[in-house]
Ligand binder design. Structure first.
Ligand SMILES: C[S@@+](CC[C@H](N)C(=O)[O-])C[C@H]1O[C@@H](n2cnc3c(N)ncnc32)[C@H](O)[C@@H]1O
Length: 245
């Protein structure tokens, strides 16, 4: 398959990730943020559009919908198990998986990680300050990173990383679910130096930009061409800034 974009450190495919993953190999880390199929306590809430579910119209600028976010619970588990396995088959032994998820879908995602053949090793927490507090309740000011490896972890990697990171969400987003650059660099700290980092749900390319800044090479896959275009623009700008063309 021909890449949508390529430079010395980044390759982007405009495709369904199931069509690309079988063609890849030698991946050192899968760092990703899949559609959560979440966004509400009840089935009807979750079936709404991504804009209705995730955009606060009082404070946020409109961004387009994104794909794949309205599976029911059984198909979400089955689908995650399948992509987790397909992604693992593209990795080297000892490779790392870090997948974002919210509290509602955390139990399902950790089941899928294990069904997909990964060894689940823990959780990290992105703590988002400034999220609205609700009287008498715990706040919902966190997203989670499920951390796993393909078999035994690489014991040569001497990086030690704190599993809680405080960072405000992106204010002016290119994608509804865009992750901040600092958060992605924190997550990339568990990746063995000089790895190939794969994001099969690339969105606006936050993983690729962070991986590149950390000295890795990166591969992104995205089914929606609008986001491929945004990610390619961000990566080519980074190439100029870092002088790594
Ligand atoms: C939660 S968003 C990722 C946002 C990203 N972390 C960022 O910072 O911009 C998930 C992305 O996966 C894409 N996607 C959904 N299903 C896909 C599939 N089968 N293959 C490839 N991309 C897919 C969606 O279009 C969406 O952009």
């Amino acid at each position: 398959m021909n890449p949508y974009y390529q430079d010395a450190r980044v390759t982007i495919y405009h495709a369904d990730m199931f069509d690309v993953l079988p063609q890849l190999g030698g991946i050192g880390a899968v760092i990703t943020d899949p559609p959560y199929s979440s966004g509400g306590a009840f089935r009807g809430d979750r079936a709404m559009s991504t804009v209705a579910k995730y955009v606060n119209s009082d404070t946020q600028v409109y961004r387009p919908e994104f794909a794949g976010d309205n599976r029911d619970q059984r198909s979400f588990l089955a689908w995650c198990s399948l992509w987790m396995n397909a992604a693992r088959c593209a990795t080297k032994p000892g490779a790392v998986l870090c997948s974002f998820i919210d509290w509602r879908q955390l139990p399902t995602l950790t089941d899928a990680v294990q069904a997909g053949g990964w060894t689940w090793r823990g959780l990290a927490t992105w703590w988002k300050p400034g999220i609205r507090m609700v009287r008498g309740q715990f706040s919902s000011s966190a997203e989670y990173v499920v951390y796993a490896t393909n078999g035994p972890a690489d014991s040569d990697h001497d990086g030690a990383v704190q599993n809680v990171f405080r960072c405000a969400p992106v204010a002016s987003k290119e994608h509804i679910a865009e992750k901040p650059a600092d958060v992605m660099q924190w997550v990339c700290s568990v990746v063995f130096p000089g790895s190939v980092v794969l994001d099969p749900f690339m969105g606006s390319g936050a993983t690729l930009v962070a991986a590149k800044a950390k000295g890795h090479t990166a591969i992104g896959i995205e089914v929606d061409e609008r986001y491929c275009e945004i990610a390619a623009r961000r990566c080519s700008q980074e190439t100029l800034d870092l002088g790594v063309a």
